[in-house]
Design a protein around this ligand. Structure first.
Ligand code: BEZ
Length: 282
């Protein structure tokens, strides 16, 4: 009887050699509910489709998708014929990405501390770098990952992003035992982010800051958003106080963000394209 050839039934990733489908994720608790993220907040990666156009992936290019989440945009990049690796700090997201796209390579990695040991032609990142602090560490890793001349194409929340939601959260938190709460996100201006990239050997060739009012589905759209994107804060509220907290957030945001029968989040995006100009390693 012939022995089982695992490579035939579970093809390996070209880069890491991992048998695709094997779960090599860590067992640490995942901060994300990947199912809820995909069910109710798929607009995050759907908006990113035009960022893939800006990336313009070419067949044969090696591309890193930094903060790939559930892998939808990684798959779009792969459709162009690029060799793409998706990384995310959430083991839950990576498990979901592997389930959804078993032919692609996904790894758990921290955006502040990764080295995949090969130069990439491009690093792509959609809607994740506003979570990463300090941003200097992510930019240093991005620069190190790029081949000389390689490009960095990213979108993140920009200065003023979700300002109304953040103010509503701060006000509602102030009325609980939590008291003062500072938003954990990093939303830089064009000038601030361009300076950071340039001081790391990345030449900025395109940068734009723009409003993207974003409908949140359903009557519970805002509280659903808060539950997933401000989860750390919500979990600090005792369970029996959460309903009142969420109602206070809705009341504080309603005048600005509830229009024509629905919630519209006050998103502002920063898009950048930069190129590695420094040929020295590291
Ligand atoms: C955003 O994608 O703009 C965002 C994500 C998390 C928290 C706040 C904003």
């Amino acid at each position: 009887m012939p022995s089982t050839n695992f490579a035939e039934i579970a093809p390996g990733c070209n880069r890491c050699g991992r048998l695709i489908g094997m779960d090599t994720t860590s067992t640490r608790n995942a901060p994300w509910d990947a199912g809820l993220y995909d069910d109710r907040h798929s607009f995050v990666w759907k908006h990113g489709a035009t960022l893939v156009d800006l990336l313009a992936p070419q067949a044969g290019e090696r591309i890193l998708d930094l903060g790939c989440g559930t892998g939808h945009l990684t798959a779009r990049i792969a459709e162009a014929g690029a060799q793409v690796v998706g990384i995310d700090s959430s083991a839950e997201m990576i498990a979901e990405a592997r389930r959804g796209f078993p032919g692609l390579c996904f790894e758990v990695a921290d955006a502040r501390d990764f080295d995949l040991g090969e130069p990439f032609d491009a690093v792509f990142s959609n809607a994740v770098l506003h979570w990463v602090k300090p941003p200097e560490r992510a930019v240093a890793c991005i620069k190190r990952s790029l081949a000389p001349g390689g490009r960095f194409v990213a979108e993140l929340g920009g200065r003023g992003n979700v300002a109304v939601i953040a103010a509503a959260l701060e006000a509602a938190a102030g009325e609980t035992s939590i008291g003062a709460w500072e938003p954990p996100w990093y939303f830089p201006s064009i000038g601030e982010y361009a300076a950071l990239l340039e001081s790391n050997g990345l030449e900025v060739t395109h940068a734009v800051l723009f409003d993207r009012p974003t409908p949140l589905d359903g009557d519970d759209g805002l509280r659903s958003w808060v539950t997933i994107f401000a989860r750390d804060l919500v979990e600090r509220i005792p369970p029996d106080g959460r309903e009142a907290f969420l109602r206070r957030v809705e009341d504080a945001a309603r005048a600005s963000l509830h229009r024509d029968g629905g919630w519209i989040a006050d998103y502002r995006r920063l898009r950048v394209v930069a190129r590695r100009v420094d040929a020295s390693p590291g």
